[in-house]
Structures are given as structure tokens and as C-alpha cells.
Write a protein that binds this ligand. Sequence first.
Ligand code: AMP
Length: 417
Amino acid sequence: MASKFKAPRGTFDVLPSDSAARARVYEAAAGAFERAGYGRIETPIFEETELFARGVGESTDIVQKEMFTFEDQGGRSLTLRPEATAALCRAYAEHGMHKLPQPVKLWCWGPFFRHERPQSGRFRQFHQIDSEVIGTDSPLADAEAIILLADLLAELGVPGVELRLGSLGSFETRVAYRDELRSHLHANEGSLSDDVRSRIDSNPLRAFDSDHPGTREVMEGAPTMLDRLDDDDADHFEAVKAAVSDAGVDYVLDGTLVRGLDYYTRTVFEFTSDALGAQSALGGGGRYDGLVAELGGPETPAVGWAAGIERILMALGEAEEEQSLDAFIVAPDGQREMALSLATQARRAGVCVDLDLAGRSEKGQMKQANRSGAARAVILADDGTARLRDMETGEERPLDTDDVLREIEAERRKAGS
Ligand code: AMP
């Protein structure tokens, strides 16, 4: 029977068959961050709207069109977090983390919300791994962040990964460059999309992101930021590239890389996979030296990235995974309590065991044992004896009921499962 309700547009349920693959991504990320000295942080799912308006940037798509904003009972404007960086910087300043030894390395994992047009790989509730290194302007921090994500994607076996790397310069050089770009855009206004034309003054860099054919043509003739870096920014970028190369991570230089958020300075990067369709970005990030101060904290340089869990899983094309049970207990009616008691003991000892809770016949329970994918069945009999059945070969042997647990453990060790 189809339910009257469906998950809201652009959202999805993570079903039990999907969860093992997700857990594998989580564990790989947690391991990588632990090895690199990051601490895990959790911040609220919603924040003051003003935090994102300031932190992400008033002229961005996210702030202009994509935020899930609501008023609470006290009349405060709140927003479901569309990204993590602004919230982590808020937490850094709020908890005085600038007094800790710098840099502070943080990571988090969780749901994010953007009111985008849903399509393959683009959801309204999606999940990200986010990482931030706050309190250093060293190019080695940029390189370390990039290498960490590259290695994580490699460890997970994500196919067809490409890294694009660019630099947006510092605020000062960007101001001058923006003026130059605005002149270029104004000179070609007639060929631009309405969207880009309306933002020439507020956010000319976004023109590089446009899919509009006329705009793309105009942008091919535009100067890029990489041609305009001042000496300090150019040195910084050289050092990032050298350290990334030294780690054996390949990249493609991209002077048109403009990430959707306003706060980036200097390094920007994005990882894509050719195993994905139009939404090919696995993750990306960059340096944001002005953000912590913009949010009211001390002047604090920082760098970070976010990667999309659903994109990673889509690129992996992970197959559905079965639960892996060590044993399924089959019991006649008179032995059902015994079955639950055995299962409880086994679980307390760390063995994965399931049993029938739906009153099936013994034949039905054997079928259920088969479907469960359990390696073996413990078959209890009315007279209190038990047999152990290998579900693959069908071989059975008597089992001492006082010793079922030890026997299952021994079998499991033997099978190396
Ligand atoms: P961003 O915060 O926009 O830099 O996004 C970082 C990563 O999150 C992207 O590279 C995607 O992998 C993922 N992502 C961003 N927006 C969505 C979305 N609407 N649905 C699914 N994944 C997303």
C-alpha cells in the first residue's frame, strides 16, 4: 500500500541497505582527520539568518534564493544551515579558540539545506564532510587540506577524480581585478545573460560560473585572476602548488575557478569526478582570510573545504549491502524464550545474531535464516538439543546448548568473518 505521505521534494530517506556504504565514508573520514590532528565539532542545524547573510555573502545564490529561513516564536529569523564554514567560524570566535595554540583544526559531518531545483546529485537536504584549519596563513595549511581530501577520495576508491586549483588573490588585488572585470562585462553587456548582467556590479566573478553561451564567449576573452596576482599572492600560490605536487597529487590550473561563496581569498580548489553527470563536483574549498573578522572575531586567516557525501557515494556506485549476521536462531514454539536468551548473550559478547519475532513456523524461520544472509543457523529442538547448520554447504552438526556462544565464536574465527 503506497503511503499518503512522501519525503519532501529534494529530500530522501537513507535506507538500511544504503547505510553501510555511508558508514564506510564516515569511518574513512574520521580516521583521516584523526591522523591529521583534527577535532570533531558539532554545531546547531540552524543559526541566526544574519550569520549566513554575512558569512556566505549577500550577493550569492545561496543567500539570495536558497536558504530555508523561518521565524521562531520569539520573532527571531533563523536559517537551516546551508554550509558549515560560517558556523564553525562563529563557534571559533564564540568559544575563544583564538587563545588555543594555532591553527585550530576542526571537522564536522551532517545535513545541510539549500532550496535548489532538485536533480540528479542535487538535493535540498544533503550531507557534507566539512573541514577547517583556522588561525594560519601558511600555504602548507592549504596544501595539507587539499592533500587530505585527495587522499580520502583515493582511499575510498572514488573513480575519475580531477583536482582544479586556482587563486583569487587577496582582497586588495581582487578589488582591482573586479573593476577590470566589470569594465570587460559592461563593454559586452549585450551578450550576457540577464542574471549575470544584473550582477555585474555586485558580483562580477560569478560570470565565470555561467552556462549561458553568450556569457561563456564573453568570459573566454576575460582576464583571469591568475594573471593579476600580486607578488605575495603569487608566492603563496607557488608554495601551495609545490607542496601539493610534492605529495604526488595531480592538479589542473584553473584561472576561472570561482566558488559559489563570497568569502574566499587566495587559494580555491575543487575536486570533480567524471563518474558523475552534470553535477560533477565532489567537494571543494579554499582560503578565507577575512571571514572570522567579518563575523566579529579577531583577524584570523583560515582555509577549509566541504565534500558532498551523496556525490561521493554516487561516484562510487556502491552496491546495496546486506547485513552480515554470524548466526540466525531457529526455534520451535517451546524454545522461543531460549532463542531470545541465547541471542541476548551472543549480542552482549559482540556476536551478530538475529531470530524470528513474527511467529513463523520452523520452515518459515529457515527461509528467513536464508534471506537474512546469516553464515550459519543455530537450530534448537523441542528436547533442548541444538544443531549448527552451515548455510552455504547445508552441513549440520550437533551443538552443546550450554556452549552455543563459544561455538559460534569459534566458527566465526575459523571462517575469518
Ligand atoms: P559547496 O558548499 O557549495 O562548496 O559544496 C561542497 C560540496 O557539497 C559540493 O562539491 C557537492 O559535492 C556538495 N553539494 C553542494 N550542494 C549540494 C546539493 N544541493 N545536493 C547535493 N550535494 C551538494
